[in-house]
Design a protein around this ligand. Structure first.
Ligand code: GLU
Length: 411
């Protein structure tokens, strides 16, 4: 299995071959500024104390405070969190928001914990990283298997000792305590704007068919949006199975079925296939919305899509991307396609700072503008350097970060 840190570093090496930025800055960008590992003791419901391992990686803050989510997942590793923090640096730079890159993770199967244990773990994690975070220092947010409720517990824990409200320290909060309208579906909304623009650039219209791998926050919201706007979502997969119907699935029905039964396996009116099948089914647009390394050297050749829109972070390995590019597939990279989440996190921070809240329409109008400006700028870079969309996005981001490093005398 590919090591995500190797992939992240390889991508930086690839863009350096094109850009030739100051080598001292390049060298520094290969490493996070700081990485901490914490032990989080949790008193379990059965009375025993269990120790969970957590990480926070602060990759770069040249353009603003470190920013990035916290994931709860059994597969979390030190190197994965480092890679994810690096991708956050490029992501915030691609969409040109005044933030840097960071990421956190806890090695845990959140589904196996009771609500009480989950709350204790969330509070314990925040206590452990407390000295590192702050609204002008490092601002966490949700990621895989964490949500508004998790952020609410963490904010409460953070504010407990100083006894002072500080909503801007964390984003993706519940609306009742300073969250932003539109944040819960922002990743999908941003991806939707990017997908539409990318499809138009490649002359694909609403008749396009879509396959989505991953039915969590990103994948599920996006499936609804695409169906509503007239696309045919033909395949959806969760980690256990794929459901497929060439005439188009009924997304509402699939969603409801999954909510009620917890599985896609028993959906009716569609073919049931293994989870990985989603990647190679006939569909014009493939959206990997699960985890890293979904498309790798062994399965890339079987992809039939014309466009891949990465909602997950790091779903395509560099070797897989080479194969895909060779087949003429356009890969719209994670650092552009899934940036809607952090863009609305930024809007949330702005609203917290001015203590005034915008309407949902305000948010989505601003988000659309950000995402479209970003994809157009990426396309320009792609054309300027005659390279892939990912390298176009990297060119834009790395130049912006390098400029900020230079201006701070960090070269
Ligand atoms: N976890 C999300 C991401 O990977 C959102 C990060 C944020 O809002 O800070 O982009």
């Amino acid at each position: 299995m590919n090591n995500p840190l190797e992939s992240a570093r390889q991508q930086l090496v690839n863009i350096q071959a094109i850009l030739q930025i100051n080598p001292n800055i390049f060298e520094r960008l290969l490493y996070p500024d700081r990485m901490i590992e914490v032990a989080i003791p949790v008193k379990m419901d059965d009375g025993t104390t269990k120790i969970f391992t957590g990480y926070r990686s602060q990759h770069n803050n040249a353009r603003g405070p470190y920013k990035g989510g916290i994931r709860f997942h059994p597969g979390v590793t030190r190197e994965e969190v480092m890679a994810l923090s690096m991708w956050m640096t490029w992501k915030t730079a691609v969409v040109d928001i005044p933030l840097g890159g960071g990421k956190g993770g806890v090695v845990v199967d959140a589904k196996g914990l009771s609500d009480q244990e989950l709350e204790a773990l969330s509070r314990g994690y925040m206590r452990a990283i407390y000295p590192l975070v702050g609204k002008n220092r490092d601002v966490p947010a949700p990621d895989v298997s964490t949500d508004a409720r998790t952020m609410g517990w963490m904010l409460d824990e953070y504010e407990m000792l100083p006894g002072e409200c500080s909503p801007g320290v964390i984003t993706g909060k519940p609306l009742s305590i300073g969250g932003s309208l539109g944040r819960d579906y922002a990743t999908a909304q941003g991806a939707f704007y990017v997908l539409e623009r990318a499809a138009a650039k490649l002359h694909l219209g609403k008749e396009s068919t879509i396959a989505i791998q991953g039915f969590g926050n990103g994948g599920c919201h996006l499936a609804h949006m695409l169906e509503k706007s007239g696309y045919r979502v033909v395949a959806i997969a969760d980690s256990k199975s794929t459901v497929y119907r060439s005439a188009g699935l009924d997304v509402k029905e699939v969603d409801e079925h999954k909510r009620v039964t917890g599985t896609l396996k028993t959906c009716i009116g569609c073919e049931k296939l293994p989870s990985e099948a989603v990647l190679s089914l006939p569909a014009d647009i493939l959206v990997p919305a699960a985890l890293e390394n979904a498309i790798h050297r062994e399965n890339a050749e079987a992809v039939q899509a014309k466009i891949i829109v990465e909602i997950a972070n790091g779903p395509t390995t560099p070797e897989a991307e080479e194969i895909l590019l060779g087949k003429g597939v356009t890969v719209v990279p994670d650092i552009l396609a899934n940036a809607g989440g952090v863009v609305v996190s930024y809007f949330e921070q702005v609203q917290n700072a001015i203590n005034y809240f915008w309407t949902e329409t305000d948010i989505n109008v601003k988000l659309k503008e950000k995402m479209e400006t970003a994809i157009d700028a990426v396309w320009n870079e792609k054309e300027r350097y005659n390279t892939s969309v990912r390298m176009g996005a990297y060119a834009l981001a790395v130049k912006r970060v390098a400029q900020a490093m230079q201006d701070r005398g960090r070269g």
